[in-house]
Design a protein around this ligand. Structure first.
Ligand code: G1P
Length: 297
């Protein structure tokens, strides 16, 4: 069985849900506590034992590449000012992992973005992480998936249960239970089904472990939901061709591409922060005294 060595992170989207904040900066650079959201994603990849990240970018996204690069000028200034802790912190980010970028020249959909990685990935299984989906968990979500892959040897999509009135916002899978804990054999998957057209509450979240055959299937996938080339449509074909599993990961997922989800992530990640967590909790307690939340005017 081939080892999982590479992870694709599509970051070409315009981030219209966060305008005007994202007019001049990529949405992936919006901050949660003290790090841009993309850093949480890359840290999950690194903690899962991955060796190389492939960013699928578009115009205006160079801040993301710069964030993971070495900045000679900044390092020289920090060195002159004896800011050794900051220098070390920045060096840790640029030494995190090898990053390769590929440009997606036209916004033709998530499926097309992943297809752009075909030459860099080659003939080996790989991970896909969507930057909007942040996961907080003891064992990184991707690591949980790699552990399952080592048992089942096939493609895996991470899922979570969502209320039935929200299924139209996700790729939804129908599956059958297997002997493995929290694992389902995929029977059918649909991208953003119209309300009332699917009985399943199993929603795909932005973590995929895919066999390289997906590239061949993506090249044959025609535009689907929203007129875009959908990854879910190619996954449905892959599940028929060689089988696929859905895995209900252990952890909390935040839709950081949505304003409310982003705020929830800020609160939960802040509470966990080694130095800010305590004072922030005290602050929350003062505004929510006795369980009655009083919103400061
Ligand atoms: C994408 C996928 C969808 C998945 C979702 C998870 O949709 O197409 O299948 O459920 O991510 O966040 P998007 O939210 O980018 O429209």
């Amino acid at each position: 069985m081939k080892k999982i060595r590479k992870a694709v992170i599509p970051v070409a989207g315009l981030g219209t849900r966060f305008l005007p904040a994202t007019k001049a900066i990529p949405k992936e650079m919006l901050t949660i506590v003290d790090r841009p959201t993309i850093q949480y994603i890359v840290e999950e990849v690194v903690a899962s034992g991955i060796e190389e990240v492939v960013l699928i970018t578009s115009a205006g996204k160079s801040a993301i590449e710069n964030h993971f690069d070495y900045d000679f000028q900044l390092d020289t200034v920090l060195k002159e000012k004896n800011k050794s802790t900051l220098r070390e912190e920045l060096a840790n980010i640029s030494n995190l992992i090898d990053v390769v970028s590929v440009r997606q020249k036209e916004p033709l959909g998530l499926g097309h973005a992943i297809w752009m990685a075909r030459n860099v990935i080659g003939d080996e299984p790989f991970l896909v992480l969507l930057g909007d989906d942040l996961v907080r968990s003891k064992v990184p979500c991707c690591k949980q998936m790699i552990e399952l892959y080592n048992e089942v040897g096939e493609s895996i999509v991470a899922i979570q249960r969502v209320p039935k009135d929200q299924t139209f916002q996700y790729g939804i899978i129908e599956g059958e239970e297997t002997e493995q804990d929290r694992t389902f054999k995929v029977k059918r998957m649909v991208e953003k089904p119209a309300p009332g057209t699917s009985d399943s509450d199993m929603a795909i979240i932005g973590r995929y472990l895919l066999m390289p055959e997906i590239f061949d299937l993506l090249s044959k996938t025609t535009p689907g939901h929203g007129g875009e080339i959908q990854l879910t449509d190619a996954l449905q074909a892959l599940s028929i061709r060689r089988g696929m599993y859905a895995y209900e990961f252990i952890g909390n997922r935040y839709d950081a591409g949505d304003k409310l989800g982003y705020l929830k992530a800020i609160v939960d990640f802040s509470l966990e922060h080694p130095t800010l967590g305590g004072p922030f909790k005290e602050y929350l307690q003062t505004i929510c005294a006795g369980g009655k939340c009083s919103v400061p005017s």
